[in-house]
Design a binder for this molecule. Sequence first.
Ligand code: GZL
Length: 333
Amino acid sequence: MKIKASCILCLIVLAGLFVFCGCKKRIQTEEKEITPIIVGFSQIGSESAWRTCNTQSMKEAAAVEDIQLVYANAEQKQENQIKAIRSFIVYQVDVIVFVPIVQDGWDNVLREAKEAGIPVLVIDRSIRTSDESLYAGYLGSDHTEEGRKAARFLQRKFSRVQRPLNILEIRGTDGSSAADGRYEGFREIINKDSRFKIIHSESGDFLRSRGKEIVERILSVNGKLQIDGQPIDIIFSHNDSMTLGFLDVLEEHRIRSGKDVTIVSVDAEQEAINALKEKKINCVVECNPKLGPQTMNLVKTVYNKYEIPRVTSVDETVFTEYDNLSAITPRGY
Ligand code: GZL
């Protein structure tokens, strides 16, 4: 028995678990009442400007398509995502969309969704599963390619330098496809060039505060940007939030970011683009957060029982100090 949208609204409000987005509009026709598609959306949290933009894109696209979005913020906890998906199953939403905070641990709850006959879309980050039939398809970036782009910039920038080049890597959330992909793609290229050496790699969990803490701790040893006496020539940071967290710390120690140390970051939020224009960052690999319109198109396709591609990619570029920075067109968030 399908619970009507109005009942879902009551349950959701009662449960206090979710935010019910999108106008509850019934379209009256001569034959019958048409109720909109109801999507259960489990989002990781709000850890970065990228995430905030991603959520906004989803909500706006749902409103444009008259899709009712049941939004659940997991506040960075996988167990909250699993609870939310289970609740979506109870409410019998039409489609489940989720951003898996990490790649593993989803099979059981996705099996429950499959048994309930609810199609699942994975967006932004991907999952590892033993049974590909547990979800309809993935929409998002190629994070491994993003890591390769970061490394290729360094090859270009240091093409004429023959001395050793030491790298500090500040990773995103370990176990997430975003961080693991960037980690692997970066090494696939950089490990082919003996001049480059990753002398330290540490997770900052995509958080601004952690990016700041990591560099503060390194500098607290002797005020110099070095690890065990080895100078750090390059910082590769897996997202702009962590990068922006440490830029001020470098400045406080009179270290000229973008000059004394080369900075490569990922996302391309406006604050990082501004730093690129101020030559405080040397390269920003774009990761596109505006997945809403493509997601809603895929939602309508699976709702109407059509197949979707296993992987739908998104367009994204890379911005570097070699660009005409007055002419670049970041996504402005
Ligand atoms: C990447 C996305 C990452 C961003 C971070 O697709 O999952 O999560 O790079 C965000 O800013 O926190």
